[in-house]
Design a protein around this ligand. Sequence first.
Ligand SMILES: Cc1cc2nc3c(=O)[nH]c(=O)nc-3n(C[C@H](O)[C@H](O)[C@H](O)COP(=O)(O)OP(=O)(O)OC[C@H]3O[C@@H](n4cnc5c(N)ncnc54)[C@H](O)[C@@H]3O)c2cc1C
Length: 490
Amino acid sequence: MFLRGALGVVVAGVGAAGAVRVATSDVASGAELSGNPSSVPTVSGTVGSGARWRGLQNKLRGRVILPGDPGYPAAKEVFNTRFDGEMPTAIVQVASADDVATVFGFAAENELKVAARAGGHSYAGLSTASGTVIVDVRGLRGVQASAGQAVVAPGHTLYEVYQELDRTGQSLPTGMCPSVGIAGLTLGGGYGYDSRAHGLTCDRLLAATLVLPDGSITEVTATERPDLFWALRGGGPLFGIVTSFTFETIPALTKDVVRLTFSGEQAEQVVNGWQQWLRDAPREQWADVSLDADGEGGLHCWMQLVCAEGTAETVTAALVDAIGIPPLTTDPRTLSHMDTVLYLAGGTADQPRAAFTNGSDIVSTLTPDTVTGVVAALTRYSSVGGTGWVQINTLDGALRDLPPTATAYPWRTHAAMIEWGAYEPIPHDSALAYITDAHTALAPHSAGAYINYLEPGDPLSRYYGPNHPRLAALRTQVDPHNLIHTVLNP
Ligand SMILES: Cc1cc2nc3c(=O)[nH]c(=O)nc-3n(C[C@H](O)[C@H](O)[C@H](O)COP(=O)(O)OP(=O)(O)OC[C@H]3O[C@@H](n4cnc5c(N)ncnc54)[C@H](O)[C@@H]3O)c2cc1C
């Protein structure tokens, strides 16, 4: 998802939590473990006694934070303010893989659900969910890059990873929002402007350290636990908690970036022309299409194009030629690697927290009929005052280098990912009505949805396509008691 213009100023940096290195004695003297009844969680999934939490704290290098603790409101905060009312049973700011294993053991003993928290950008607020023990991995820090590879701890945001890798001329194909966590993004796939050339973030994964729900810590590679290696590449967060990722990097390059705007009335022609252009465009060239409802029955249409340095003019000409309409505006720039990241993020790495609701559809082909359906759904919403949006991303290029069953991410023979969304001040109910209407309109063409854009209450099969049976069987094997929290149905 590209961050909308509304997201422009400063957010409490998710990466700012810093290293969690709290001495046990500091924590033990905290109010949350004092035996004060107000410190004992009262939400569902209680363990009923401060003594048990004290017992957990004594086994950890990290820190347990409970409702009633002064740090609790800040510790449970995630990017989407819609989830500010959620009340996790506890937040454990872990300091090691052993801490994660200890929390899993405690949760199993006390029949509690567990969810990891990295960048805090889950569309469904999973990483702050009520009745859940949150394993906050933001204290696990470190990006070590050597030639062609990077070992990345899960506490980092995309921007931090980009920044660290840039120092050695390397990068990764990740997403567009700089404050998203590398952990959550990678596990669900990870799509961005480099995906056409280099695939998804998970396609660059070489190894991971995974703490399984039974508390065992395992190295996962193509040859060690290949079943889990397959699942971690697009299967989402259902198989354990990752405490280290090793990626194969790509070169950090200066790029030409072009922003084009078109009349919203010609949105269908723009999308159809973009599809035409993609057929012949080399995979080093990438563009998406965004449509924004103006709330008065009209749409704005704009595109972002990213291509090799020095090629903007010819690539833009080919794209515009395929579309067959001159753009209203064309804004070409040549940007360094880090400036490209920032520009595509809307100009800042520090996005403000906001309330929003999103969903997605994956389509096998983007026929003119489908495009008409997409534009009509957004126009309907615009006509009733809605200021939602649609972003359409291509799933071609390097994504197709692997067959759909090679990793858990299944959408490798499909044309496009269509993301629907609406930001505040649009209320959640209204956004949901828009997205539901859009899903209904697209139903004949939709193959499923992207797990990183998950919508509560959906069946898991909607996100995993042909890989669902294998993922479901593996999940039963590694997490037979469903310790890991999900809002999806089996
Ligand atoms: C503004 C915005 C822009 C986005 N842009 C893009 C984009 O361009 N491309 C794209 O592909 N996606 C994008 N996304 C979606 C994003 O990839 C997912 O929301 C992702 O799950 C967020 O990961 P996180 O670590 O930030 O979030 P969190 O809420 O911390 O985690 C997300 C999920 O992963 C689990 N998890 C977190 N850490 C771990 C871990 N170490 N081990 C196991 N499970 C873990 C959590 O329990 C939760 O279920 C965007 C989301 C937002 C809100």
